[in-house]
Design a protein around this ligand. Sequence first.
Ligand SMILES: Nc1nc2c(ncn2[C@@H]2O[C@H](COP(=O)(O)OP(=O)(O)O)[C@@H](O)[C@H]2O)c(=O)[nH]1
Ligand SMILES: [Mg+2]
Length: 244
Amino acid sequence: MSYDYLFKYIIIGDTGVGKSCLLLQFTDKRFQPVHDLTIGVEFGARMVTIDGRPIKLQIWDTAGQESFRSITRSYYRGAAGALLVYDITRRETFNHLASWLEDARQHANPNMTIMLIGNKCDLSHRRAVSKEEGEQFAKENGLLFLEASARTAQNVEEAFIRTAAKILQNIQEGVFDVSNESSGIKVGYWTPSRSIRGKRWSGCSEKRMLQLIETKTASILLAAFAITVMKISFQLSCDFWRKY
Ligand SMILES: Nc1nc2c(ncn2[C@@H]2O[C@H](COP(=O)(O)OP(=O)(O)O)[C@@H](O)[C@H]2O)c(=O)[nH]1
Ligand SMILES: [Mg+2]
């Protein structure tokens, strides 16, 4: 299936916070009640539409344990977005956020969009971290924030889609060099209605493409103007010779 952009995501956070369940709920719309330990890194993908544009999300789900931390680190580099997850019923998973963020800042693209997710919000009777604390942490560290539940699917779509919308906004503002795949963004083939004489604009930033279109339009108008002037002069000279 064709897409305008492909965004790579990474899901990080302590073990047992619900990373794999969030991915499964997003890709398969189902919940896995038994904790199936992620070994190394797993992978999921789904198409979404943002501002009418088809975008493919390629999502890497990592293992939270310390022993897998070095494998996880190697996945930061090629990611455009990260979902940093904690469990609202386990305070220690919230306390470890700073260390996850430090890893991300050290190994990821500095423009990576990070969405902080307070997961398991269906278990609010066992809550150990207030929503305000989550919001405050996100604000202090420049992250997006949502509380979600992989079990009830509350805010799961929103978490993935809002991250993608922010990445798309950054592309439109020229923050990313999309021709460099280490940004975690791949430009797809343009759909026929958007392509210009079938030309593939892969590797070209949106800003640059608009500039090219403007330059092309200006040249066409100039050429049309020159032809009209030549036609009028030719007509006038013909009339002149006919008279005299
Ligand atoms: N109640 C509830 N349980 C959840 C939720 N998300 C995950 N779990 C449970 O938490 C455990 C760990 O989930 P998992 O996705 O494997 O965690 P991971 O290690 O971060 O990938 C599993 O038993 C899940 O069923 C949620 O939103 N609500
Ligand atoms: Mg897992």
